[in-house]
Design a protein around this ligand. Structure first.
Ligand code: NAP
Ligand code: MG
Length: 471
């Protein structure tokens, strides 16, 4: 049983003023792993104060200094690879496969920020004027549990590159993962107050960050509902917001696609991170003449998908993060059944032998139309809906008939055709015959998948304000 009773403010581990404890429960066994002492509003204000003071000098640091800090952070994380993987498996229930990929992703986020600093010019000439790209101020970083340290590093690395200081609020369910990364960050020896981390509840710590006038910008990843609440609070002092919200990503399999490649990729896109991924490809759009073939292939692959102990190297789908998330996914499977969709694979209940954890059966629905709730709402579990179309135009129309627009996938034997279709999809990223990540390309959503972009030059500029000096 571990007790985490420290938060990090102004370069030190401190005991929060908050007095409430939150239980850390294993997603795999539902046994109590430990507890975390939560920070409160005062702790959040202390953290913001520290970041505000640190900004005065940190905003003046040179590129070379920032690169050195980013290298130090990366080096101290690198040394503890196994612990990062183990704690993500234990606390979050992330699979060994996902936790390993996540660790590489963490390291690469520092490389990307260093690369950006190598090429980006903070001084530009526009018209007759010099334009200085100035760090925006103290940034509030609010993140969910589905890739906690990945989100912290992606956002913090960009903030540091920009010369901003930060107050970070992770999910309280990620307290052990946060503790580990804090130990690494502390070792990296950055100036006091550049990063401050407060464990605590969204409605207390998150709400104070959203409201506090000394926060200049919020970078948020999470649900659309909370993203809207944050944006409403932020408007009072016109904080800038970058919101990475939900998705209901379409995966268009064009009629000429090689199904032996496209369908395994579609299953991977749907069930990645045990389905708890904002970019998951959860609507599979299939030409109606191909449906029978696709059903056979999907049944084969999905029924062989290994669900189980996330420690096992072969496990593809682990438990849902919490019992609440398990119930949410069950509820959606029931909604699908009630709406008249047909279960091809999976269904309600826990897989045999996995009754103790928050395990769900990876589920594939057919006979889904795009107006059903299972096709419109983000489920955040391994549940895939297959929807048929007649023509390419109809496929594009269905793909775009959503309130979301984070990511999409297109498969075709003809790359030019795939590009033509991809160029008509209203989504921040379209994966053409692949599932990949480009850390220098923008990431973010059209429509209610968010506001703004992360990564690359566009992501960096979201932490900067242009100041034009007219001569
Ligand atoms: P969430 O409620 O959006 O939480 C994300 C973060 O925002 C957490 O740190 C949360 O704190 C905080 N928060 C909550 N209320 C807040 C408020 N009023 N002001 C400021 N911050 C606040 O997401 P969740 O509850 O973890 O998951 C619920 C659903 O959101 C999921 O089922 C899924 O559909 C979606 N989701 C999407 C993503 C994504 O990457 N797009 C990620 C996770 C979840 P607490 O943890 O203390 O509530
Ligand atoms: Mg919540």
């Amino acid at each position: 049983m571990k007790t985490i009773d420290k938060i990090y403010i102004n370069g030190e581990f401190v005991t929060p003023k908050g007095t409430e404890y939150f239980d850390l429960i294993s997603p795999t066994t539902n046994e109590k792993l430990g507890q975390v002492l939560l920070g409160n509003k005062e702790d959040t204000i202390d953290a913001i104060e520290a970041a505000k003071t640190a900004f005065k000098t940190f905003s003046l640091t040179t590129k070379a200094e920032r690169i050195q800090y980013l290298q130090n952070l990366q080096a101290s994380i690198k040394k503890r690879k196994q612990e990062f993987i183990d704690v993500m498996i234990e606390e979050y229930g992330g699979t060994f496969q996902f936790a390993t990929v996540s660790f590489d992703y963490i390291l690469k986020s520092f490389d990307s920020a260093i690369n950006l600093l190598g090429t980006y010019s903070f001084n530009k000439t526009m018209g007759q004027s010099e334009v200085q790209m100035a760090p925006i101020g103290v940034v509030g970083i609010i993140i969910p549990w589905n890739s906690s340290n990945g989100f912290i590093c992606g956002k913090l690395a960009t903030a540091i590159a920009a010369g901003c200081t930060t107050v970070i609020k992770p999910s309280e369910m990620s307290a052990q993962q946060t503790q580990l990364i804090l130990e690494c960050f502390h070792e990296a020896g950055l100036p006091k107050g550049v990063f401050n981390i407060v464990n605590g509840l969204g409605e207390i710590v998150g709400a104070e960050i959203s409201r506090n006038p000394d926060i200049s910008k919020i970078s948020f990843t999470g649900s659309t509902v909370v993203g809207k609440m944050i944006a409403k609070e932020a408007v009072d002092n016109l904080k800038r917001v970058t919101l990475e919200l939900g998705g209901k990503s379409p995966n268009i399999i064009l009629d000429d696609a090689d199904l032996s490649k496209a369908i395994p990729m579609a299953v991977a896109a749907a069930f990645m991170n045990s389905g708890q991924a904002c970019v998951a490809g959860t609507r599979l759009l299939v030409q109606e003449n191909k449906l029978d073939e696709v059903k056979t292939l999907i049944s084969n692959i999905a029924s062989k998908t290994i669900v189980g102990d996330p420690k096992n190297e072969n496990t593809a789908v682990g438990p849902m993060v919490s019992n609440k998330q398990f119930e949410r996914v069950q509820n959606y499977i029931q909604i699908g059944i009630n709406e008249g969709a047909e279960i091809l694979v999976g269904g309600l209940g826990k897989p045999t032998g996995l009754e103790n954890g928050n395990f769900v059966k990876p589920t594939v629905f057919v006979n889904v139309n795009n107006q059903m709730r299972i096709a419109r709402e983000e489920i955040f579990g391994p549940v895939l809906s297959i929807i048929t179309y007649k023509t390419e135009e109809e496929a594009i129309e269905i793909a775009n008939d959503t309130t979301y627009g984070l990511q999409a996938y297109v498969s075709s034997a003809d790359e030019e055709r795939a590009y033509r279709v991809a160029s008509q999809i209203n989504a921040g990223r379209v994966q053409v015959n692949t599932i990949g990540h480009d850390p220098m390309a923008p990431f973010g959503g059209f429509k209610q998948s968010g506001i703004g972009r992360e990564f690359g030059t566009i992501g960096l500029e979201a932490y900067l304000e242009p100041r034009a000096l007219i001569r």
